[in-house]
Design a protein around this ligand. Structure first.
Ligand code: GAR
Length: 199
């Protein structure tokens, strides 16, 4: 099985996945790193690891549909079987999602369905939540919504800073995400309705 990681920024989750593939913990080939942002540090991480990269910029396309159509062509050409979103900050179009049904997974830095959106960590922090966490889920046509694969809680302690909380969340992400990708690659995730069971 071949997979692609989509990342828009730093790529620390990408790095955790690269390391897990190298260690033999994810039994699939990381065949492409895609970014919508030429300056994404994720692209540097991929180059260092010798992974082919592709960067296409949304503003070079007339519509979100034409952008996604072009990305899908590249993915199919590269023989990509599934996609791992790791801090990809663009919404996929319904067309894209239909091309890879139940074959796209995402990580979100909150306990979904709470604190969806671009700033999950900050939103939980400013809301005053005492507990937040990390969710790995399948991607469907609604934002941060598909069936949940894995979740882990993170406590927000008294006197905690936002930077401290971000660090704690990322640490959990870097453990939980490679594990979930490994389960997917081994075909061990079974979806029934909103439930995902591990075989
Ligand atoms: C991660 O915290 C990920 O959960 C979040 O972006 C960050 C990317 O960090 N994703 C979302 O908020 C998606 N809604 P990274 O580039 O260092 O992996």
């Amino acid at each position: 099985m071949k997979f692609a990681v989509f990342a828009s920024g730093n790529g620390s989750n990408l790095q955790a996945i690269i390391d897990a593939v190298k260690a033999g913990n994810i039994k699939a080939e990381l065949a492409m790193v895609f970014s919508d942002n030429r300056k994404a540090f994720a692209l540097e991480r991929a180059k260092v690891a010798g992974i082919p990269t592709l960067c296409l910029v949304r503003k070079d396309y007339a519509t979100p549909q034409s952008y996604d159509r072009d990305i899908v062509i590249h993915l199919k050409d590269a023989g990509i079987d599934f996609i791992v979103m790791a801090g990809y900050m663009k919404l996929l179009t319904p067309f894209f999602i239909k091309e890879f049904p139940n074959k796209i997974i995402n990580i979100h830095p909150s306990l979904l369905p709470s604190f969806k959106g671009m700033q999950g960590i900050k939103d939980a922090f400013t809301y005053g939540a005492k507990v937040t966490g990390v969710t790995v889920h399948f991607v469907d046509d609604k934002m941060d919504h598909g069936p949940i694969i894995a979740q882990e809680t993170v406590k927000i302690e008294e006197g905690e800073t936002l930077a401290g909380l971000e660090e704690k969340i990322h640490k959990v992400e870097h453990v939980i995400y490679p594990k979930a990708v490994a389960l997917f690659a081994e075909g061990r995730l079974k979806i029934s309705g909103r439930r995902v069971d591990v075989k």
